[in-house]
Design a protein around this ligand. Structure first.
Ligand code: NAP
Length: 519
């Protein structure tokens, strides 16, 4: 089991992290010592809404147990709580439905026994984790065993022991402690903190530690040496022998496109050409889907290895998956499914493909980009530009949807009729205007294009839209929709096979087909 600690400074941020983490991890640990205005009951409700199956641990450490003092990591902004306030908070967590509460051995017999009876009084009892940390060293195995016994003695359902590794051999000591707990039929969470303890974080869960900790990509660590959730999952698969490094997949593999309609899609042609070039035995077929739930069940039932998802299912499909990658969760759409031994994981390659295409022409940091449109592709563009350090400006035909998107990314909004008033480095067009057969339409008057250095269009049929032609005539750098299309496909192939996609082959295949179509 992998657990993500939620360690934000405010309730608002913590709610966002809880929602993200609950769909990615098996368990979350809500660190109430960090969340200054924290409402534990509301956080538990949010986690349950996000994922009915996620396990919830509630912890409230004392300031003197701060674990980040080592290795120059930032000091904890731990909220000071009295012992009484801390006990009340943990009791609220129990009555609000937490699966586990964590209390330190140092709190003493009577506090621990009071909390234990609270946990066990519930019809569906919460489990008590009694924890012990040493942020400076790893004591001898004999000493660790004594501390373990003391935790059991005071009534722990699960013992948690996390010392600090000063040398690699400290990891071995902690792994032997896990054997000691297992020999007694007891559950333990154990690992070492610190750079030198990282290996125990990887090995402990496969050795029998009840869970391991990981952070969201870019997330805050709760103890030195923590890995991200995707790093932990890769290591777990490697250790269990389910994944080898970058070997081409063996045997016939099947991939599908789920959409409605799909008749015009060039994805089958593009992916099939890529599989041939990669020498992977794979088949890619497009399915026009009427019943999305049944289509996703079909992926599981027939061991289809992956899927592309297109209009109109990119958001709806999220409800049927086991895990959503953090970027896809933030964009709010999935265009790629990876079937990882029966576990369906949703990704979004649209936003990263658009950023790859832009990055090939310019860097985005600190620059203003108008995003024309407020639909799914505009959301992907706004997410990508923000992540690259750029400044999105939303422009849309319908003010309500435009304002909503702008509020989500905390950026300005202008109605389409006022686009000529905005000065920006680039324009990213994300509406269907100009798409075949309306090849002579453009979303904006050509006179305003001189306001921008770069113009990108997501429409890829025709190859050169009216917007791209007008922008070229004004001397702008241009990025046609084909670039985003082939790059989102290339990233899908990478997720499905682990291999590098043949971008040039894919681009030429799609370009040739579109040129034939246009002639
Ligand atoms: P969407 O969610 O339906 O959003 C469409 C947006 O376009 C809305 O903001 C809508 O504005 C606006 N719009 C539609 N018709 C318009 C018109 N006549 N004038 C002005 N604005 C108009 O669609 P989407 O999923 O984002 O897809 C948008 C386009 O991106 C499609 O053409 C799709 O094929 C393309 N796409 C390309 C790639 C690629 O790889 N190149 C990837 C994904 C999508 P309102 O809010 O006013 O209705």
């Amino acid at each position: 089991m992998i657990c993500i600690p939620v360690m934000d400074a405010t309730q608002r941020e913590a709610l966002r992290s809880v929602e993200k983490s609950a769909v990615l991890a098996d368990a979350i640990e809500v660190r109430m010592d960090w969340i200054t205005d924290g409402d534990v009951a509301e956080l538990i409700r949010a986690a349950r809404r996000a994922s009915a199956g996620v396990k919830i641990i509630v912890t409230c450490r004392r300031k003197e147990e701060s674990l980040l003092a080592q290795e120059n990591l930032p000091a904890l902004p731990v909220k000071e709580r009295t012992r009484a306030a801390k006990m009340t908070l943990l009791e609220t967590a129990v009555s609000s439905g937490a699966d586990f509460v964590d209390i330190e051995l140092a709190e003493g017999d009577s506090a621990i026994s009071r909390m234990r009876s609270r946990c066990h009084k519930r019809p569906n009892p919460a489990r008590l984790i009694v924890s012990w940390h040493d942020p400076y060293k790893t004591p001898s195995l004999a000493s660790l065993k004594k501390i373990f016994d003391a935790c059991v003695q005071v009534g722990a359902d699960i013992v948690k022991m996390v010392p600090y590794a000063r040398s690699l051999s400290d990891n071995a000591t902690v792994l032997r402690l896990i054997d000691y707990a297992k020999d007694q039929g007891r559950e333990i969470i154990a690992m070492c903190m610190g750079e030198k303890g990282q290996i125990s974080r990887v090995l402990a869960p496969s050795r029998g530690s009840y869970l391991g900790f990981a952070v969201l990509p870019g997330g805050r660590v709760s103890a030195p040496g923590q890995l991200t959730i995707s790093q932990m999952r890769v290591f777990q698969k490697l250790l269990s022998g389910r994944q080898r490094f970058f070997e081409p997949p063996q045997g016939d593999l099947h991939f599908v496109l789920l959409g409605n309609p799909v008749r015009q899609s060039l994805s089958p042609l593009m992916h099939q050409s890529a599989f041939r070039a990669m020498k992977v035995n794979a088949f890619y077929s497009a399915f026009c889907v009427g019943d999305l739930a049944a289509a996703v069940a079909g992926i599981r039932a027939t061991n289809i290895r992956g899927a592309s998802v297109t209009i109109p299912f990119k958001t709806a499909v999220m409800d049927y998956l086991d895990e959503i990658d953090a970027d896809a969760a933030a964009v709010g759409a999935v265009n790629t499914i990876v079937n990882d031994d029966g576990r369906l994981i949703g990704h979004n390659t649209d936003w990263s493909a658009l950023m790859d295409a832009l990055r090939a022409e310019t860097q985005m940091k600190g620059k203003k980009f108008i995003i024309l449109g407020a639909g799914g592709t505009a959301r992907a563009a706004a997410y990508g530009i923000t992540k690259e350090g750029g400044r999105p400006i939303i422009v849309n035909r319908t003010p309500e949807t435009g304002r909503e998107l702008a509020a989500r990314f905390d950026c300005p909004f202008y109605p389409l009729s006022e686009i000529d008033k905005i000065r920006a480095f680039g324009l990213i067009h994300t509406t269907p205007v100009g798409m075949f057969p309306n090849c002579n339409s453009s979303p904006v008057d050509s006179s305003i294009l001189a306001n921008y250095r770069v113009v990108a269009d997501v429409v890829y049929n025709p190859l050169k839209t009216r917007l791209i032609r007008d922008a070229e005539a004004k001397g702008c750098k241009t990025i046609p929709g084909l670039e985003m299309f082939v790059r989102q496909g290339a990233r899908q192939l990478n997720l499905w096979t682990g291999g590098k996609a043949p971008l040039a082959v894919m681009r030429n295949t799609v370009r040739e087909r579109l040129m034939r179509h246009e002639s």
